[in-house]
Write a protein that binds this ligand. Sequence first.
Ligand code: IPD
Length: 277
Amino acid sequence: DGVTVTALRDLAVRLATAAGALVREGRPDRVVVAATKSSEVDPVTVMDRASEELLREMIAAERPDDAILGEEGDDVAGTSGLTWVLDPIDGTVNYLYGVASWAVSVAVVAGPPEPASWTVLAGCVHSVADGRTWSAGLGEGATRDGVPVRVGAAASLGTSLVGTGFGYDAARRAHQAQVLTQVLPKIRDIRRLGSAAIDLCLLADGSIDLYYERGLNPWDMAAGAVVATEAGAVVTGLRGGPAGNAMTVAGPPELVAQLSEILEAADADGARSPEIG
Ligand code: IPD
């Protein structure tokens, strides 16, 4: 329908900011830490749903022909060839505990609604607690609060600060801990900040040097990935495969190649241990 990447990016920013305000206002003063996303009625689930509902309403009003893929709720089919990919709260554990690193992540992609075959056209990650907003449009660069950002220029793997994250499944976690024993001695340090979307944006603006994670969902990474690539990062899987659930590695090309070698040797994407899932 002739919509521009710039217009899509602007809408992604408006959506993420509006949902962020809702979720910030709705966070109870004393969140019951015992409640987790595994319960259907916990405060996080309630706010996750409210946030996604608002996003869906705004998209339906402004872009009624677009499809929607969200962490909460059913997929909506569209006719325009564009799909909005929504994470209403990325970093839910931080949100639950009142740790600042959580975000609303909104991306819009072109092509079939399977991550391997789509192209992310625009995305916004709004870190609600501190108000920082990263956004990018394909071919238009990435910004944080309107100021262009670039990936850092870490000299070597040994001096790199590396972000990562862990899944919620115990067997998967044990495997991830093993991988970490191979990575940690070879880098400056690890950060596990708790929101994959923010991790990718911190990589994009040079706050961390590299990022890797197994087990990401499309909504965790779609917006962060376009921010990172538009800031000069490669975002990829292992052995030349695409970034995705099996593995996402992001950073400047030379460092990604070095880290990928270690991750491949450690079977970080589980290619040699399918029983772990
Ligand atoms: C999670 C966060 C976390 C990452 C997990 C994700 P959620 O998303 O991004 O940093 O390590 O893999 O599932 O559950 O908070 O939306």
